[in-house]
Design a protein around this ligand. Structure first.
Ligand code: C5P
Length: 260
């Protein structure tokens, strides 16, 4: 499939689309090693963020992409997207925050009310297949308030008493059949996502919010039902240097097989 470059080709049209996507891309990505912010690291000569935005823009369900960039890099990120043909009224760049949660909240604030569905997708998952994006948006349109793509685990998982650098006592071994490793995009009713982020902001100020690492976790925390739909092994998060090696291999295979 050719890489869509103009707004028309990208199918970001208001008639078919009900979803806006928020892309938190303001993290430093220190686990990846020193260098540029993670979202701007290159994969196949193209920044991770550009891959991620293109992956979302390929979905007919998505009519707007809001990128939360590092606060001191908004103009740079906007220019970068522009230079890759990702510009126009269907792409917005806003300043992100000090945490992923804050970046999502700031991105969400830039999504107009007309979008009933909001997807949140990590810039660090550049290779998510469009089928996963479509499936998540469709499940929200189908009535779920919060939807996450997930995959079964290959490894057995142990719950431990964390003691970095020392042998860690095992508490128990959850049944692997009941576990899913969850990915993004995570999809939400717009009103639901706004509500849980507002509540979390208030609870955080009071110092009582437990650690929450994804948006679906906030919905769970406030009693909402989250459902899992099938994710994809290629939607993995680029976190450590080895992930970049794997991502390069996946991209090379795609380019060889379909001119991606
Ligand atoms: O650090 P981690 O890999 O969990 O980050 C997940 C996503 O959240 C990345 O796309 C990263 O850029 C984003 N993030 C953000 N603002 C922060 C921290 C992380 O947008 N302050």
């Amino acid at each position: 499939m050719a890489i869509p470059t103009s707004p028309k080709e990208r199918n970001l049209n208001a008639s078919a689309a009900v979803a806006a996507a928020v892309v938190p891309a303001a993290g430093r990505g220190e686990r990846l090693g020193p260098g540029a912010p993670k979202a701007l690291r290159e994969l196949g000569g193209v920044p991770l963020l550009v891959h991620a935005v293109r992956a979302l823009a390929r979905s007919r369900a998505v009519g707007l992409v809001v990128v939360a960039a590092p606060a001191d890099g908004v103009a740079e990120v906007a220019a970068l997207l522009d230079s890759h043909g990702l510009d126009g009224k269907d792409i917005k760049v806003v300043a992100g925050g000090a945490t992923r949660q804050e970046s999502v909240r700031l991105g969400l604030a830039a999504v107009p009310a007309e979008f009933d569905v909001v997807l949140v997708h990590d810039a660090a998952r550049p290779l998510v297949p469009v089928d996963v994006v479509d499936a998540v948006a469709a499940a929200v349109r189908g009535g779920a308030v919060a939807v996450v793509p997930g995959v079964p685990l290959a490894d057995t998982v142990k719950r431990v008493v964390p003691q970095p650098g020392a042998p860690e006592p095992v508490l128990d071994t959850p049944d692997r059949a009941c576990l899913r490793a969850v990915q993004t995009p995570q999809g939400f009713r717009h009103a639901t996502l706004s509500e849980v982020h507002e509540k979390a902001l208030a609870e955080e100020a009071g110092g009582t919010l437990p650690p929450v690492t994804d948006d679906a976790g906030l919905v769970e925390h406030y009693g909402g039902q989250v459902v899992v739909v099938p994710g994809h092994e290629e939607a993995f998060k680029v976190t450590r240097p080895l992930d970049l090696v794997l991502a390069e291999a996946v991209l090379a295979r795609r380019r060889a097989s379909d001119g991606f």
